[in-house]
Design a protein around this ligand. Structure first.
Ligand code: 5GP
Ligand code: MG
Ligand code: MG
Length: 181
């Protein structure tokens, strides 16, 4: 499937992402105003660019941790079964936590991870996703903060891959196969 020729059309420019992240960082800063220390948890690997840009706009005392959950394999279909491949390094009991995700699609990944982390009794747990595809939802879940709502398109770039490639694109693009009519 990944041998098929494709091009990537720009969907959200790097400039538009940067402007939205400034707004999101203000939402987060007011939500967690007065926090002792916020643990910002990036979901690997897709959120690594977003979390890097987001934390540099946040004027709050933070720690950064990562968790890797698998949902998609290397293809374009969600597997629905969520497994934890790499857990947090630190304890979050009694702490303020912000989980950072690239995309909420069916909702399985972020709802599973939220429940897992909630069971560790954080003081507060909030979620942020750069992208949301509400039309694809299979479980009742909504992130507390959302960058952009997008239609049901397979996107890449800004940390998000297609078969592990294209994570380094500065914008969000959509894959268009060129062997289709
Ligand atoms: P969910 O569990 O909500 O279905 O899936 C969330 C994960 O699926 C995202 O974190 C992302 O890794 C992957 N995903 C969902 N939509 C897309 C997409 O359009 N492109 C890519 N590359 N991954 C996606
Ligand atoms: Mg992901
Ligand atoms: Mg992926």
């Amino acid at each position: 499937m990944t041998d098929r020729p494709y091009v990537i059309d720009v969907m959200i420019s790097a400039k538009a992402i940067a402007a939205r992240i400034e707004e999101l960082s203000e939402e987060i800063a007011s939500e967690f105003e007065g926090t002792d220390k916020l643990v910002v948890v990036g979901l690997l690997r897709g959120s690594f660019v977003f979390i890097a840009d987001l934390v540099r706009e946040l004027d709050l005392p933070i720690e950064v941790d990562f968790l890797e959950a698998s949902s998609y394999g290397d293809g374009m279909e969600s597997s629905r079964e969520v497994r934890i491949l790499k857990d947090l390094r630190g304890a979050i009991e009694g702490r303020d936590v912000l989980v950072v995700e690239d995309i909420v699609d069916t909702g399985h990944t972020l709802s599973h991870v939220s429940k897992l982390l909630q069971s560790r009794n954080p003081a507060r747990l909030k979620t942020i996703a750069l992208l949301d595809k509400p039309s694809r939802r299979e479980v009742d879940f909504r992130a507390d903060h959302i960058g952009f709502e997008i239609p049901d398109e397979f996107v890449v770039g800004y940390g998000i891959d297609f078969a592990q490639r294209n994570r380094n694109l500065p914008h969000i693009g959509k894959v268009r196969f060129t062997d289709e009519a």
